[in-house]
Design a binder for this molecule. Structure first.
Ligand SMILES: [Fe+2]
Length: 272
């Protein structure tokens, strides 16, 4: 399913699968002034042409190579004539050849988003210009090594991909690094943005304050983890004491979204 929502000049495209009458594991792409940020999961490929009939796309930027962000690149290239798809240079080989990494996809990822077809992409750096806007590229690893955020200084928009998601996130994906994510969150605060446009679909108007609160939440948690870890307490017990039981996502994702992953990532960071 694809549905749209307007935020001033920006159109948000929520994309995802309907299962049991519910939209599950949805994500958001953003369109403004001929620029499309991310292309959604391949499971909605048949809906792309109709959904974008009134939204001519000139340039695409992929915030990172994950399957829910690049899945329809090839539809835009082959059916809608988009030539220019850009991503961080670390993402480019992974977008061109998903066979390098899709064997690592878990069953829930196949079910929710599917395998992205190979597509052409070019490395970007610095600034992308459209008719009305300049978009500055900020390398923000942690969720993945190739992750970028996209900043529009005049409007103070920040398209934050999967870096922010929401303020108090007690879980981590097993392949995320919370220490590097915290560095990236500090890094984006060096830019004068106000509204955050998240790939989760959240649009946060007090974006700077929300990022500060997220940093405080995670840094406070890190100090608590440090204290317990230095007392010799096992990671699973630290998770239980500080964060309680795993969420409902733990089982269906086979532990990919887990509180224990956050605790383990803090501990790995403390060892460095
Ligand atoms: Fe992602």
């Amino acid at each position: 399913m694809i549905k749209t929502q307007r935020y001033g000049d920006i159109t948000q495209f929520i994309m995802g699968r309907i299962m049991g009458e519910q939209l599950v594991y949805s994500m958001a792409c953003y369109y403004v002034d001929g620029l499309l940020i991310d292309t959604g999961p391949v499971h909605v490929a048949d809906e792309i042409e109709a959904a974008f009939a009134d939204y001519p796309v000139d340039i695409i930027i992929n915030t990172h190579h994950h399957e829910d962000h690049i899945g329809n690149n090839v539809v835009f290239q082959q059916k809608l004539g988009v030539r220019e798809i850009f991503a961080h240079h670390l993402a480019v080989p992974l977008i061109k050849n998903p066979a390098l990494w899709i064997s690592r996809l878990r069953p829930y990822q196949h079910m929710a988003w599917g395998e992205p077809p190979a597509s052409e992409a070019f490395p970007l750096d610095g600034v992308i210009k459209t008719g009305q806007h300049e978009f500055h590229i900020i390398h923000t690893p942690g969720h993945s090594p190739d992750h970028i955020c996209i900043f529009e200084p005049r409007q103070k928009w920040l398209f934050s991909g999967d870096l922010f998601v929401r303020e108090r996130v007690p879980t981590l994906r097993s392949d995320e690094d919370v220490t590097i994510m915290l560095s990236s969150l500090h890094k984006i605060l060096e830019y004068d943005f106000s509204t955050l446009f998240c790939s989760s679909g959240m649009v946060v108007t007090d974006g700077r304050e929300a990022v500060r609160r997220k940093i405080i939440y995670w840094e406070d948690l890190r100090e608590k983890v440090r204290g317990l870890y230095q007392q010799g307490i096992e990671p699973d017990e630290i998770r239980a004491k500080l964060l309680g039981k795993e969420t409902i996502l733990y089982e269906p994702t086979a532990g990919d979204f887990g509180k224990i992953n956050l605790v383990m990532s803090f501990i790995e960071g403390l060892k460095k």
